[in-house]
Design a protein around this ligand. Structure first.
Ligand code: ATP
Ligand code: MG
Length: 549
């Protein structure tokens, strides 16, 4: 019974549509596409779309193309084309074909000519402003353009002249001739070609006219044999136009078929590429891959495991209602993954010296890498007379319920002995500079506590062999609330701990290796880890899960 329930639950509304189509024999292969515009880096919202489109490929043993929607040359860049590929691969998806909308420009032009010949498109001399002003609104029909009834011959000639560069940008457009009184505003003679002089990344200066999204997209889908063209909800009202273009360009099988789902929104961050670009350009962040960015490359630098992102997308599911997901939910999946995968090591973020006065000989311990691992492994940790502990783990005047080291008190060193306070020294400002303790030999970890009651266990590192680390901690980019993003930037969302120290084993790790720093949080080695003798980590997330299930 349990299993059946699971099965039913895992079918989302897109899969229902596909299952119906398959059952009715409308198609026997499922082909989807992921169609990014190369005008920015992919963000977590795109991950949702990727998981849906590539998820259909995997589930139905179909295909999924990566198609760059490069019909807007003024905003596009090769840097984005490359980053998009890198991010998709990082998430673990494989596209079938890498395609570019611009490869179809000749065909699209031909389809436009065909529409003119059928009396279904005309050249209009209105400016963008005039088109807008004559569109009418939901209560009123639009006004027909005075150029609506140009002859086919005149339209063909003018459209060709548009292509040949005879007119200035914006001087003329090609519009579909549909219905200026349609209750659907998108059907009121939409613009399908515009004049734009901009050098295109791939076609150079061959074209000075470019197709609009609503005309180009169905054609791209149709040419590629896409069966289900999955897009976000704001295109629902565009579907009649999608179908109009498809049918009037001669694709009458019912496919491609557009299906809309709700876009992912997330609290305390922003998902529009335009805004993310602004953050980059105004230097509010350190590029698109800044670990605070909601971009996939930012999440990679931050140390998010790609599997955790996929699990998150799976869990939020596919729906028809827009909503904002709490970032805590994404972090929950990150933590879930790291709790199983990340090795535990000891790091001290803000160190103070601690001298174990009665320790004569160095010792070596085996510390468990990960209590949750299937195969248990350990690594060596050494201790000597001189160690570092966290400044917070010693308090001259302890706050209430403080369980760590205080004058006259005891504390256990993780994996080692119980220490007993001897003395401490302070500088002229009253800051503790050193703590002196004795260890109690019969209290080695794993042995009895020698009848002692010790509440606190603290991490430490050996001064003799520890590694100097720099830790980067992050807060959310935006403060909670609504309103203009510029006014909601979290102040100090990047904090640097430049004097941290870690276990010796951290010298021999690779960039992007992930750890749980005991009692501190999860951290990922930066891309340049170990270069020029610098050992830096980005904070992935804290240890506490604030996601209420
Ligand atoms: P943006 O507004 O951030 O520029 P976009 O929709 O213009 O986003 P595209 O590059 O055109 O970005 O998107 C590629 C695909 O990813 C599209 O199918 C789009 O619907 C989908 N997508 C983009 N943003 C989201 C989101 N927040 N949630 C789900 N899917 C998204
Ligand atoms: Mg877009």
């Amino acid at each position: 019974m349990e299993e059946v329930k699971e099965e039913v639950k895992s079918v989302n509304f897109i899969e229902e549509i596909i299952n119906d189509d398959l059952a009715q024999g409308k198609t026997d292969t499922i082909i989807t596409r992921f169609p990014p515009e190369p005008n920015g880096y992919l963000h977590i919202g795109h991950a949702k779309s990727l998981c849906i489109n590539f998820g259909m490929k995997e589930k139905y043993h179909g295909k999924c193309n990566l198609r760059y929607d490069d019909t807007n040359p003024s905003k596009e860049d090769i840097e984005y084309v490359n980053s998009i590929k890198e991010d998709i691969k990082w998430l673990g998806f494989e596209w079938d074909q890498e395609l570019y909308a611009s490869d179809y420009f000749d065909q699209m032009y031909q389809y436009a000519v065909d529409l003119i010949k059928k009396g279904l498109a005309y050249v209009c001399d209105y400016s963008a402003e005039e088109i807008k002003n004559t569109r009418g609104d939901l209560q009123h029909p639009g006004q027909e353009s005075p150029w609506r009834n140009r002859s086919v011959e005149e339209n063909l000639k003018l459209f060709e002249e548009m292509k040949d560069g005879k007119y200035a940008d914006g001087e003329k457009v090609l519009r579909a001739k549909i219905d200026m009184a349609s209750p659907n505003m998108n059907m009121r003679d939409p613009v399908i070609y515009r004049i734009l002089r901009a050098t295109h990344e791939r076609t150079g200066d061959k074209w000075c006219i470019y197709p609009m999204y609503d005309f180009a997209h169905p054609i791209e889908d149709a040419i590629e044999g896409i069966t289900h063209s999955i897009c976000t909800l704001e295109f629902e009202d565009h579907r009649p136009l999608y179908d109009w273009v498809k049918i009037n360009c001669g694709y009458t099988t019912g496919y491609p078929r557009q299906i809309e789902f709700a876009r992912l929104g997330m609290k305390r961050t922003i998902m529009s590429k335009r805004y993310l670009k602004k953050l980059v350009e105004t230097g509010k962040v350190d590029g698109w891959s800044d670990p605070r960015m909601p971009t996939l490359s930012g999440m990679r630098e931050r140390g998010y495991p790609p599997k955790a992102i996929r699990n998150f997308c799976e869990a939020i599911g596919v729906s028809k209602a827009n909503s904002e997901v709490d970032v805590a939910m994404l972090e929950h999946f990150v933590r879930d993954n790291l709790n199983l995968e990340a090795n535990r090591v000891m790091v001290v973020k803000d160190p103070i010296k601690l001298t174990i006065a009665n320790m004569a000989e160095d010792e070596v311990y085996e510390i468990e890498d990960n209590p949750n691992a299937e195969v248990k492994t350990t690594h060596k940790v050494t201790i000597s007379k001189n160690i570092y502990i966290e400044r917070d783990d010693f308090a001259v005047v302890p706050p209430p319920k403080y369980k760590r080291l205080v004058p006259g008190g005891t504390v256990r060193l993780k994996g080692s002995y119980i220490l007993e306070y001897v003395s401490h020294s302070v500088d002229e400002n009253g800051n503790v500079t050193e703590v002196v303790c004795n260890y109690i030999p019969e209290t080695i970890q794993g042995q009895a506590n020698a009848g002692m009651k010790v509440k606190g266990v603290i991490q430490w590192v050996n001064a003799k062999d520890c590694v100097d680390l720099v830790l980067h901690d992050f807060d959310y980019l935006l403060l909670d609330g609504e309103g203009d993003f510029d006014t909601r930037l979290t102040p100090d969302s990047h904090k640097v701990f430049a004097n941290a120290k870690g276990e010796a084993c951290l010298k021999d790790i690779k960039p992007y290796d992930r750890f749980q720093f005991m009692r501190i949080g999860y951290y990922s080695a930066v891309k340049t880890y170990g270069q020029n003798g610098k050992y830096e980590f980005n904070q992935i997330t804290g240890l506490k899960d604030s996601y209420g299930k």
